[in-house]
Design a protein around this ligand. Structure first.
Ligand code: G3H
Ligand code: 13P
Ligand code: ZN
Length: 331
């Protein structure tokens, strides 16, 4: 074993999810690819005293270099402690697609990994997930699996249609793999275009309201595996205020629709213990950067546009922790 996450200030997700389940809230899992994003995650979760999962996708590893990301994550925990914040922090691989990638992450100090075998036939998904679990548990690293397919883009895999998780498979999957948490498909999807306008209804204010998540499937799953932590991917709300700023400042994001906050609040009170948010952060950054560029065309110091993006990202994440996931004050 090269390095253990325990020596780097991270925790695995076991205790986090136990408390989240019992407390009726969800732990935020925010993706990061750069310094401003990780600073925002740590600052927002420190200030709101929320447990947090910082997650890294394969795309992030390619973009920013895996070694650099690893050290940034370690530095972020140190920064939090220096600032007097003691919330638990997990470092998690998002959408790991091979056993080898999971091993690499575990050896470099990740405290949690996802092995996403959801695109494989069921038996292959079981086999791959069980293999990762067997390895990860030797080092007390927690593992997230996935059953059912989310529509949209998961790194390089594009799924046109979502395939809802079959509750009947869940108990068998959890038992055979020994996985610690499970991502399910109940109507969320990745990215900023989660629903087509024609799937939505208009409310009294003329705002498009997407179809509700399949809470009936979630309830069935909860019955099959009582007390087991469930994960919701593709859970950005695609916050209309930021889409509006993007549109007003030269962007084009017509028909960007996400999961309404009330639906996420409801999910967070159930067996859903981890909620993944990436697109909302991307939208906040893009909105603020576009605004600075439009308002101050002569500006060319990156700190002058990344700084405001970082400030707004912190605000958005504190709001999520306090008012959507319910994780604030639980650190
Ligand atoms: O699940 C997808 C995450 O939002 C990561 O996205 O693969 O573009 O880094 P990415
Ligand atoms: P969003 O695209 O809805 O933010 O989902 C992110 C995610 O699920 C990362 O794994
Ligand atoms: Zn995801």
């Amino acid at each position: 074993m090269a390095v253990s996450y325990k020596d780097l200030g991270f925790v695995n997700t076991k205790e986090m999810f136990k408390k989240a389940f019992e407390g009726g809230y969800a732990v935020p899992a925010y993706n990061f690819n750069n310094m401003e994003q990780i600073q925002s995650i740590i600052t927002a979760c420190g200030k709101s005293n929320s447990p947090v999962i910082m997650q890294v996708s394969s795309g992030a590893r390619k973009y920013a270099n895996e070694t650099l990301l690893q050290y940034m994550a370690q530095g972020a925990v140190k920064m939090a402690r220096q600032q007097g914040h003691n919330m638990p922090v997990a470092l998690h691989l998002d959408h790991g697609d091979t056993f080898e990638l999971c091993v690499q992450c575990i050896e470099s100090g990740f405290s949690s990994v996802m092995i996403d075998g959801s695109h494989h036939p069921y038996e292959k998904n079981v086999e791959l997930t069980a293999k990762v679990v067997e390895y990860a548990h030797k080092y007390d690293v927690t593992v997230e699996g996935e059953l059912g397919v989310l529509a949209g883009i998961e790194d390089d895999v594009v799924a046109a249609e979502s395939v809802y998780t079959q509750p009947d498979q869940v108990e068998d999957f959890v038992k055979k793999t020994g996985v610690d948490s499970l991502a399910i498909s109940i109507g969320t999807s990745h990215g900023a275009f989660k629903f087509k306008p024609e799937q939505c209804t208009k409310n009294e204010k003329g705002v498009l309201v997407p179809p509700p998540l399949r809470f009936d499937i979630l309830e069935e799953i909860e019955k099959r595996v009582p007390g087991f932590p469930i994960v919701l991917h593709g859970a950005s709300s695609v916050l209309p205020e930021y889409v509006k700023i993007i549109e007003e400042n030269g962007g084009a994001l017509k028909a960007a629709i996400g999961i309404p906050s009330e639906q996420l609040r409801k999910a967070a009170k159930s067996a859903v213990c981890k909620i993944n948010i990436d697109s909302d952060g991307r939208l906040v950054m893009t909105a603020m950067i576009r605004k600075v560029f439009k308002d101050s065309p002569a500006e060319f110091d990156p700190r002058k546009y990344l700084g405001p993006a970082r400030e707004e990202l912190i605000k958005m994440m504190i709001d999520k922790n306090e008012n959507v996931l319910g994780s604030a004050g639980k650190g």
